[in-house]
Design a protein around this ligand. Structure first.
Ligand SMILES: C[S@@+](CC[C@H](N)C(=O)[O-])C[C@H]1O[C@@H](n2cnc3c(N)ncnc32)[C@H](O)[C@@H]1O
Length: 215
C-alpha cells in the first residue's frame, strides 16, 4: 500500500506533457501525469485468436528490443544465488501472455542446476494456446487460464513475477494485486512494467499509424 502511495505521489508530481500528431487529422493529447484507464485491443472480448497471438508475438519482439526482460532476470539471478539446488522452487508469472518471460527464465534455472516449476497464468484463454504454440515442450512450462483474483487462494509460489501486466489494472485492483502477491509469494515478488513516456510514444506513432491503415 505504501509503495503504491509513493508511486502515485511521484507520478502526480511529474510534468504534464501533451503532444499533437501533426500527420493525423485527429488531435491526440496524452496526459503523462496520470495513469491511463484506456482499454487495450488485447483486453477486448471480441478479439480472436489470430489477432491476440500476433499481438503477443509483436510484444515479444518489442520486449526484446527495449530490454524488458533484464530487470526481472537480474532480480531473479540475485534471488536464486542462495537457492538450494536439491529443492524444487516455483515461479509464477501473472499475466504471462505468450510465455516469453518464462522462456527467458528456463535457461537461467537450468544453468544453475535448479529444479524449477515454471507456471504462467493469464485471464485470456488465447494466451495459454498462444504460449503453448511458441514454447518447446522440453522447456516444461505450464500455462493456466484464470483471472488472478479468482485464482485458487490456497496456491503459493516461491517467486511471483509479472511483466507488462499491472498497467491493465485500475488503481484499486493494482493495490489488491500487490497485497495478493505479498501474501502468496513465499520468497519474493517482482513487478516489471511500462514507463509511459512521450519519447517512445511519439517515435513509434508513425509505425503504428501505418499498421492501423494496413489492417
Ligand atoms: C500486455 S500482456 C503481457 C504479456 C506478457 N507478460 C509479456 O510481457 O509479453 C498482459 C496480459 O495480462 C493478462 N491479464 C489481464 N488481466 C488479467 C487478470 N486479471 N488475471 C490474469 N491475467 C490478466 C492479459 O490477458 C494479457 O495477456
Amino acid at each position: 500500500m505504501l509503495v503504491v502511495q509513493v508511486l502515485v505521489a511521484v507520478a502526480a508530481r511529474r510534468k504534464y506533457v501533451a503532444f499533437t500528431c501533426q500527420k493525423s487529422t485527429a488531435m491526440t493529447t496524452v496526459d503523462f501525469a496520470r495513469r491511463s484507464s484506456a482499454t487495450e485491443l488485447m483486453d477486448s472480448p471480441s478479439i480472436g485468436f489470430d489477432e491476440f497471438h500476433q499481438c503477443l508475438r509483436q510484444l515479444t519482439i518489442v520486449n526484446g528490443c527495449v530490454l524488458a526482460y533484464r530487470p526481472t532476470l537480474r532480480w531473479l539471478k540475485a534471488m536464486l544465488r542462495d537457492a538450494p539446488s536439491d529443492n524444487t522452487i516455483s515461479i509464477l508469472d501473472v499475466g504471462s501472455g505468450g510465455g516469453d518471460m518464462l522462456r527467458k527464465i528456463r535457461p537461467l534455472t537450468r544453468q544453475r542446476g535448479i529444479n524449477a516449476e515454471l507456471t504462467g497464468v493469464d485471464l485470456n484463454p488465447w494466451a495459454k494456446q498462444s504460449a503453448e504454440l511458441d514454447t518447446p515442450p522440453q522447456m516444461n512450462i505450464r500455462y493456466e487460464t484464470s483471472d488472478i483474483f479468482a485464482f485458487d487462494p490456497s496456491r503459493r509460489a516461491d517467486y511471483i513475477i509479472s511483466c507488462d501486466f499491472t498497467h491493465h489494472l485500475g488503481d484499486a485492483a493494482l493495490v489488491r494485486f500487490i497485497q495478493w502477491m505479498d501474501s502468496h509469494a513465499r520468497r519474493g515478488w517482482f513487478i516489471n512494467d511500462l514507463h509511459r513516456h512521450p519519447l517512445p510514444i511519439t517515435s513509434s506513432r508513425p509505425y503504428f499509424t501505418r499498421c492501423r491503415s494496413a489492417r
